[in-house]
Design a protein around this ligand. Sequence first.
Ligand code: ADP
Ligand code: MG
Length: 348
Amino acid sequence: MKGRTEIAELGEFGLIDHLTAKFQNKNKSTICGVGDDAAVIEASKDKAVVVSTDAMLEGVDFDLTYFPPKHLGYKVVTKGISDVVAMNAVPEQITLSLGISSKLSVEFLDDFYEGVEFACKEAGVDLVGGDTSASVTGFIINITAVGRAKKSEISYRSGAKEHDLICLTGNLGASYMGLRLLERERRVLQGLGDAVTPKFEGYEYLLERYLKPRARYDMVESLRKEGIVPTSMIDITDGLASEVLQICKSSKCGARIYLERMPLAKQTTALAEEMNIDPVIAALNGGEDYELLFTVPLELREKIVNLGCIDIIGHITAESTGAALVTPDGSTIALQAQGFTPKTTAKE
Ligand code: ADP
Ligand code: MG
């Protein structure tokens, strides 16, 4: 008789490796399979199509107590196209499959699709299909996103080289703090407790970052205009620490990230202080930032700095040095990956 192995023993990434290890790509058109943000498929001599799929489950990835359907529709599109963008490709199409529970109304789904439509318009993406079925376990959403790029301009997780600069768009931890704020106010939002209105004042940016994040397709365009092709790239969905480790694993390298260079928004540090949370933990392990982490050769430093909206937070080192966070006093702390944790629960 086969024994029983708990999934927790393997962890999320261990489980994916375990399940997919036997699969070998047989088609010449499969340029890159499992293991990057999106699969890469040959389209023509010099062009490729990239494809990514993602699921969002009620109670695990979102809570309808505080997630407005319009925002949920928007965020699902972001989640889908962010993986395409992380390959340095331009997202062009999505398909959307839904498992719908009887709790949901047509009006709810209209609002959800309004959010989907808004995000599609903004990103210049077409909704080209999907599937609709019933669900007995809450609202289930699956998105597939498709994009295009020149083969020579695709950024894989595996291309980082020693001495490359580690670059980051936007700031970190705001989405996680937005989630913590919504969790804190949950009883009020459910109409329980004494307070009538939730206390969100001064933290609107955090709510927007959690409920309505925008994928950084603008960066693909900015990088292209400057003629920059990142040597590696990944989007931040599981927290900076996990993504740096993914790049290191795929590129067989180490990394140094400098704590004082961690970009944090004012509202992130303010709420973290109020809630007694270390904002660095929110930045490292929070996730769902949908920002881009990428590497470029050292000689592109000036071009990156001139772009204005990118922070250089560290550099790539030899594999033997591992991936570490450097504190202002010069000591190093090894970066830890996140486990298989439901996304709506506290992670620190
Ligand atoms: P992301 O967070 O960027 O969406 P994941 O961490 O979910 O990526 O997945 C990592 C890689 O493993 C991706 O290349 C993804 O396509 C692949 N993958 C994830 N789950 C499965 C699965 N059940 N079967 C096959 N491939 C999978
Ligand atoms: Mg990704």
